[in-house]
Design a binder for this molecule. Sequence first.
Ligand SMILES: N[C@@H](CCC(=O)N[C@@H](CS)C(=O)NCC(=O)O)C(=O)O
Length: 205
Amino acid sequence: MATLTLYHAAPSRSSVVHWILEEIGEPYDLHLLSLKKEDNRDTAYLAINPMGKVPALKHGDVVVTESAAICLYLADAFPQAGLTVPIGDPRRGVFLKWLFFGPSCLEPAMTDRAFKRAEAPPRAALGYGDYETTMDAVAKAVEPGPYLLGEQFSAADVVIGSTLRWGMLFKIVPERPEFLAYTGRLTERPAFKRAQQKDEQLAAA
Ligand SMILES: N[C@@H](CCC(=O)N[C@@H](CS)C(=O)NCC(=O)O)C(=O)O
């Protein structure tokens, strides 16, 4: 079986992939990088991810970057983990919508909230429209629970849940009851706890 290697810095956006790897349950290696020491700018790493960012995932000869893309890749590559919705299933539309909403709407809305632009772009020019609408859309989706797809926990929850959690930690996402209840359910998952515990140990080392 092809080896899975996560290029990881703890804690960082690669923690999202660390969590989904624990959910999948296949053996994997961690290749640790120190962002402080700028290991991510080394020529050897830039050959893996020319963006100089973590995470990157190597699976045999395949390299995937971008945390949400890696989550989808892993969910599809290991369908037995039950984290994907197969092509042909009508629920795949909603599944993909939330996987893409994370990096294309939720995260940019949060970043713009944290780092104000000199001139605010018009609503129509922003992929997320405006901050409040973005937060309302996510709150409405997670409120019924337990997960974005109802009873099925999926890769979309790893992406949206991680982003909300980080956003609340950094006070750029409001602690709405819907968000707290949803992330509370996610952080109770044994796979999340394993990844989190390992990350804490790595960060302390
Ligand atoms: N869109 C990328 C963003 C990755 C990203 O920004 N990673 C940060 C860590 S949280 C990083 O590598 N920063 C180091 C740097 O840019 O020098 C993804 O979701 O994978």
